[in-house]
Design a binder for this molecule. Structure first.
Ligand SMILES: [Fe+2]
Length: 490
């Protein structure tokens, strides 16, 4: 029933491609400040390097592959997308071996990518852009770019988007296998880019469609255990979620998706209505019975990413995430950066949620300082954590991007940080546990960045327990690559 409702709502969007009104792709490449070279994107080429230059000393126990995914192509046939979320997925593999670090990046050969590469121009509308040669959208996979994150499931590397199917890749070669259907009924339904993998390998995910959320529960071996659909109220902005030991937790901002506007020719970014007078809702769903739910209300705010959540013996839920006042980061700032402007980002804050079922009340505490991409040790997902890692911006001058990494104790506020010299901008950094250890934070913090002075991308490796000492190793690529959103260590 819900799947039919979703497909009929998508079918209505078939009108969009034919209406040349607002949100059209622009001509030509903007003149980017050299600090923002990665915003240019690639032309569709795959790249590789067998041996990155290493500064410092790579930890001998740090062996594995750091997979990353992000939008890598923004222009075809002289047209440029307006929004970074539109770009086609480029998946990276940084392999750490006894010989050093190698890099390979390949575009995901989605149906969209293959058709547009052959045509030499954009054929289908993106998330925030409409293009001249519009084609009808027959399902959300028509404009699936597979550009947001990765997950290893049943031996396949999945390139994740959030509005459609996961795309399976060969983890060794990064060659595209094709879209994944976890069951016949779930084919083409959204599968978000933020699955949560618990310490035992149990994996949860969701997909937002229409007024609903589809929930996925996988066993540690990657087998689908259960799926279900719950009502969300038609929120147009559900990017991430968290789990505790007993609950699946969503924070739903008052961002209404206006299907009517979308069907009349607006881009998705133009079809979201922000209601500052309505609450942001916290929705806690019982993992063992999706029909059991509890809701809390807070004043309006928006968010992209969570760090982690946990609950105590009384069922009080704590969650941390990065909060924004509204959608201006996505609706205004990102398109302006895509167009070559250099402007400070709107304020984002680390925020700490407490939701108490005994009182029915939720409250939020905040910390100042722009930040994003919060991460915790994968050994502690859904459990009480004392270390939250994320990049932040000291300078926030419009040029520097994220220029420091921090390790924050969410309970005491104590911080360990390292600030990079001007000219280095950082992306997400994640925790890689030290083999054989089970202590939270015992391992390394690994993440990528761009050094604008050399016009090269890099990989940082920190001892996770001592960020202030600076990176123990930096692996430098001989070229720059487009910025990514998210990654995972395998
Ligand atoms: Fe994300």
């Amino acid at each position: 029933m819900e799947r039919r409702a979703f497909l009929s709502s998508v079918a209505a969007t078939g009108l969009v491609a034919a209406l040349p009104t607002t949100g059209m792709a622009k001509s030509g490449t903007p003149a980017f400040n050299p600090r923002h070279t990665p915003m240019r994107g690639f032309d569709g080429q795959d790249v590789s390097c067998d041996s990155l230059a290493i500064e410092g000393k790579l930890p001998p126990e740090l062996r594995g592959t750091f997979f990353r995914n992000g939008p890598g192509l923004f222009e075809r046939g002289g047209e440029r997308y307006l929004h970074p979320f539109d770009g086609d997925g480029l998946v990276h593999a940084y392999r750490f071996t006894d010989k050093g670090v190698s890099h390979r990046a390949r575009f995901v050969r989605t149906e969209k990518f293959k058709a547009e590469a052959q045509a030499g121009k954009f054929l289908i509308n993106g998330f925030g852009t409409r293009v001249k040669a519009g084609m009808p959208i027959t399902s959300s996979d028509s404009f699936n770019t597979a550009n947001t994150s990765v997950l290893l499931l049943k031996g396949q590397l999945l390139a994740l988007w959030e509005g459609g199917s996961a795309y399976a890749l060969d983890p060794n070669t990064l060659e595209t296998i094709g879209p994944v259907a976890f069951s016949r009924e779930l084919a083409k339904l959204p599968f978000s880019a933020h699955p949560k993998v618990e310490p035992d390998g149990t994996t949860w995910n969701f997909g937002a469609f229409g007024k609903n959320l589809v929930l996925y529960h996988f066993a540690p071996d990657g087998t689908l255990v259960r799926s279900g659909v719950v009502e969300s109220g038609g929120v147009g902005m559900v990017h991430d979620f968290v789990v505790t030991e007993r609950h699946i937790v969503f924070v739903l901002p008052p961002a209404e998706f206006d299907f009517k506007a979308f069907s009349s020719g607006k881009a998705i970014t133009e079809s979201i209505i922000w209601h500052p007078d309505r609450p942001t809702r916290v929705l806690a769903i019982d993992k063992s019975d999706f029909s059991r739910r509890r809701e809390y209300e807070l004043e309006a705010f928006s968010l992209f990413h969570f760090g982690n959540a946990w609950e105590d013996a009384q069922g009080v839920i704590r969650a941390d995430f990065v909060r924004s006042d509204n959608l201006s980061l996505m609706i205004d700032w990102m398109p302006r950066m895509m167009a070559g402007e250099s402007i400070p980002a709107p304020t984002t804050n680390a925020a700490f949620l407490t939701a108490d079922p005994s009182t029915g009340k939720a409250r939020l505490e905040m910390r100042t300082g722009n930040c994003e991409f919060p991460a915790v040790d994968p050994r502690i997902v859904g459990r009480r954590h004392r270390q939250l890692f994320m990049p932040g911006s000291v300078r926030n001058d419009g040029y520097s991007g994220f220029d420091y990494v921090m390790r924050l104790d969410p309970e005491t506020g104590k911080e360990d940080r390292y600030v990079f010299e001007a000219g280095v901008s950082l992306e997400e950094h994640i925790v890689v546990p030290r083999p054989g250890s089970c202590k939270e934070g015992d391992g390394w913090l690994v993440g990528v960045g761009f050094d604008s002075r050399r016009q090269q991308s890099l990989v940082n490796v920190f001892e996770a327990g001592n960020l202030a000492a600076g990176p123990v190793a930096i692996a430098r690529l001989p070229y720059w690559v487009p910025s990514c959103f998210h990654g995972r260590w395998v």
